[in-house]
Design a protein around this ligand. Structure first.
Ligand code: PLP
Length: 393
């Protein structure tokens, strides 16, 4: 990252922490053995993987044996959704169970939405629980609809566009009262807020390394001890047979270190981020007319690192491009390639007007974000918004 660039797109991806990079390097060039081998050389790599498993487990209050390493959040979400569906007779799964309903929140990431859409084509019924204006899922919808025919309830821990934190404990209890499995996509939450899979009684939980200052292409699926899940990838039987394939040792080592750093520094980082976010909101709202904060402002109900803002009478995309040309990176809604220019499904579900959705921009911060960067950004946003409004008349 060049020094001049101001990077406010940390919900899309984060910079790898230098300490993380440092622990990874030997596993490319020195300790490169296959961790599944029987030599003592392999044992070193295996031991590093097991340390990382422990570090990932500690971040979410799990035990190491419940962590399955994957290639990231998308794979973990797919493994959870299809794994439960296959246990219920989809594809080649055992036919005897046959629960065919899935309940997810309307604001899920495409990594959960699209596997569910695929399952709809296979005869599953998918219900989309609505949300309020800040994206908080209506748990009464789950209560009304979760029944003996429900296989899975999947409610994300934190939303990637507006940062709302969901009541996963209540959602899990409702799922379990009907005998359904509970999954949460914690890709934005893990490493950012405390997570306790035991307290919330979670069965499956997805994590991605590159959202918490680890490398890309690695993540984990927490699979509660005793939960029966259909495998995602077949092959040599690695990861308890749930996800075959030679392990990405340097990536896993880096991911583990990133989990450890995030766990230790979480409280301090969050206190700083909350302060910075509030300063940024003040600068924007005091200096620019027609600004709307789409994220909930109540501390404890939202990630301090994600802020969705709408500007009256401009296109968020135009603002994002203008800011990019001035060296400031942010995004419009989700950075996901599959949105295809369509209005954000999250802001739509939150009931925002078309104009407000069109004028929305997401700023997302990290432990590397400084007050000076936010002051520069607020000034630049103010100039760009003024200019764009003048052009549009
Ligand atoms: N789930 C959420 C909530 C996300 O924000 C993302 C990435 O933006 C993903 C899943 C996908 O994770 P990955 O990029 O590791 O595949």
């Amino acid at each position: 990252m060049s020094k001049q660039r101001i990077y406010l797109d940390n919900a899309a991806s984060t910079a790898v922490d230098r300490d993380v990079l440092e622990v990874m390097i030997p596993y490319f060039t020195e300790e490169y053995a296959n961790p599944s081998g029987s030599s003592s050389f392999s044992a070193n790599a295996r031991s590093a993987v097991e340390t990382a498993r422990d570090q990932a487990a500690q971040l979410i209050g799990a035990s190491a044996g419940e962590i399955i390493f994957t290639s990231g959040g998308t794979e973990s979400d797919n493994a959870a959704v299809f794994g439960v569906a296959r246990m219920n007779g989809y594809g080649s799964g055992p036919d005897k169970i046959r629960r065919r309903r899935i309940i997810i929140s309307a604001t899920e990431h495409p990594a959960v939405l699209n596997p569910c859409r695929e399952l709809e084509k296979q005869g599953f019924e998918v219900l989309y629980a609505p949300c309020d204006e800040y994206g908080f899922t209506d748990t009464d919808h789950i209560k009304r609809n979760c029944d003996a025919g429900t296989a899975l309830v999947s409610i994300m821990s934190a939303n990637n566009e507006i940062g709302s934190l969901q009541d996963t404990g209540t959602a899990a209890a409702l799922a379990h009262s009907a005998g359904a499995v509970f999954h949460t996509d914690a890709v934005q939450a893990a490493g950012h807020i405390p997570i306790d899979v035991r307290k919330d009684d979670v069965d499956l939980l997805s994590i991605s390394s590159h959202k918490l200052h680890g490398p890309k292409g690695v993540g984990a699926l927490f699979v509660r001890n005793g939960l029966k899940l259909y495998p995602n990838v077949f092959g040599g039987g690695q990861e308890k047979g749930l996800r075959s394939g030679t392990l990405n040792v340097p990536g896993i080592v880096g991911f583990g270190k990133a989990c450890e750093i995030a766990r230790i520094s979480m409280d301090r980082t969050n206190a700083c981020l909350l302060e910075l976010r509030n300063i940024f909101i003040k600068l924007l709202t005091e200096n620019i007319p027609g600004v709307h904060i789409n994220s909930c402002m109540e501390p404890g109900k939202v990630l301090p690192s994600i802020l969705s803002v709408s500007f009256d009478a401009i296109e968020g995309t135009s603002l994002q491009i203008e800011l990019d040309m001035k060296g400031i990176t942010c995004s419009t809604g989700s950075a996901c390639a599959s949105s295809g220019g369509k209005p954000s499904h999250v802001l739509t579900a939150a009931g925002l007007s078309d104009e407000r959705i069109r004028g929305s921009v997401r700023f997302s911060f990290s432990k590397y974000t400084t007050r000076e960067e936010l002051e520069i950004t607020a000034r630049t946003v103010s100039e760009c918004v003024k200019r764009l409004r003048e052009i549009l008349g």
